[in-house]
Design a protein around this ligand. Sequence first.
Ligand code: HEC
Ligand code: HEC
Ligand code: HEC
Ligand code: HEC
Ligand code: HEC
Length: 448
Amino acid sequence: MKQVGLLLLFVCLSAGIVLAQELPAGEAALGTRKYEQYEKPEVCKSCHVDIYQQWTQAMMSQAYTHHWDEIEYFDLAVAHGKVDPKFKPVSDGCNGCHTPMAFLAGDVPPPRPEANSRANESVSCDVCHTIKGMAGDTPHNFSYISNPGRLKYGPKPGLESPHHETEESDFLKQAQFCGNCHNEKDPWGMWVKGTQLEWLEGPYSKEGVPCHRCHMPKARGKNATMSQEDDVAQHLFHGAHDPGKLAGAVELRMHPEVREVAYDEAVVVKVQLFNAKAGHKIPTGSVEDRIVWLHVTATDAEGKEYHLPVDPKGFEGEEYTIADDVLAYQDLGIPLGKSDFPGVQRDGVPVGDRIFRKPYFDEQGRMTIMQWNTASFGPDYRIGPRETKIETFTWQLPDDIALGKITFKAVLNYQKLVKPVAELLNVPEDESEINIINTATTWVEVYE
Ligand code: HEC
Ligand code: HEC
Ligand code: HEC
Ligand code: HEC
Ligand code: HEC
């Protein structure tokens, strides 16, 4: 009896050890691998020519080296971890998604990009193609299981390669795979990134359209130089850094309630915004940084231009969705070592414009762009997949309005990083350039 018990105990213990040794994921995977276990993208390049070149143009290959990532990681996240040790694990965790090999190798913080270390490979071919599965039920916070070696997981069965073994992986083809890095939970348990969760709630998951269909579309071509023609997943991963991906993502139309108005009346104009192109909310991903706003103007018969502020709807927290002249982001003072930092302008866009956003708040209820420092959220006023929002603009015609035609114009703008923050942190201008998502026009006639 005693011997059987001991034997059982031994079996259970060793099984536990083997599992723990073999497949650590998430935070537990820190320092459990070596860089040498992963092949460099340049190795794959010799045969997977097109895929390699596509990847070098995608943000995946720059997730560690890109200027804004370097600034936010070193100047804010690592610095925050030094001031407040509670945030040290969080700053290590950045690498779990932005440079997984460095995280797995325990090289945290990795050398700066200028050192040209292997951390610069960012989200590389071998990182994705050696992911075996994930830990837990909801993918988030680098929950992938990395199994580096000669075996590469791919979408197709039975392929032969002179360089490696291949195996079909259903997991790779699912949105969950992307969710490992595109969902993020912070130390307060807040979902500070939830692209895969938004997708899951929306229509595209029900129709079986994963992320891949829009970000890795298939086209006739060759997988590798020596392979047969087939439908091949293009490694575009195009998103907010591609103006063409943003263009038309939301469709705009606008109309007045009446076409003919007397010179002393008010005009009511309505704008419809339809998220026609994205499988998730707009904006998604780095929601704390992004700003999407609707700017409406009127031009009278004499060419005089007026700016129309949006009509408030009256929901709780709406003030965060209408541009204003107020300061925010005071918590940036903590990592920057500036006590009593007054903050910078919250929006940096024309006062009165509607902003489609979800505000992130720190413990003191101040808006923050440090997603790891988010203790609560304001209203989620983003445009859901295939959702249409309506904005109304009521405008009392000014006394000196010219008679004749008034033309209205609505412009939906997108900026990756709120401009006042970009200026404070010296982030190069391309990160705060304005991209126009769409425009619409309409008109009314003013009579005596
Ligand atoms: C010497 C040439 C060569 C090199 C180097 C090479 N591969 Fe391949 N690979 C191939 C060939 C050939 C195939 C099979 C293609 C086919 O039949 O369509 C293939 C297939 C694959 C597949 C499976 C694709 C599918 O549709 O399921 C993956 C994934 C893959 N390679 C990843 C990589 C990665 C990652 C690297 C670098 C670490 C790499 N390969 C290096 C030649 C190569
Ligand atoms: C029906 C097509 C479609 C599907 C499905 C889709 N996307 Fe997108 N995605 C888009 C479009 C269009 C944009 C550009 C507009 C925008 O930035 O929201 C975009 C933008 C993005 C961005 C950049 C967002 C930003 O503003 O910084 C990320 C990241 C992204 N998608 C990831 C994903 C992931 C992960 C999935 C699956 C869970 C997914 N997408 C599913 C169409 C799609
Ligand atoms: C962010 C993760 C990611 C990265 C980085 C990545 N891939 Fe892929 N790759 C995928 C996914 C996912 C698929 C399957 C797409 C599908 O079937 O919809 C795929 C498919 C492939 C295929 C098969 C294409 C086909 O349809 O037959 C090859 C070959 C491949 N990748 C090679 C590479 C190489 C080489 C690199 C680096 C230059 C690379 N991948 C980088 C995720 C990635
Ligand atoms: C290992 C982690 C990881 C996986 C897996 C992953 N991504 Fe990403 N992805 C990232 C990181 C990190 C960035 C941010 C890059 C940056 O701007 O620094 C990113 C950025 C993006 C962007 C935005 C590009 C832009 O122009 O702004 C898109 C789109 C995207 N990923 C799509 C996908 C899709 C689709 C999948 C699944 C097939 C996927 N990702 C899987 C880590 C990952
Ligand atoms: C769970 C995975 C994950 C973790 C953890 C993570 N990120 Fe990201 N990060 C992403 C993805 C995915 C994107 C792309 C989202 C998008 O395109 O909107 C991104 C985007 C960014 C961007 C914006 C890039 C751009 O060019 O607009 C910065 C900066 C950034 N992350 C820094 C950090 C820092 C610093 C940390 C640690 C405190 C961190 N990230 C933790 C996945 C992650």
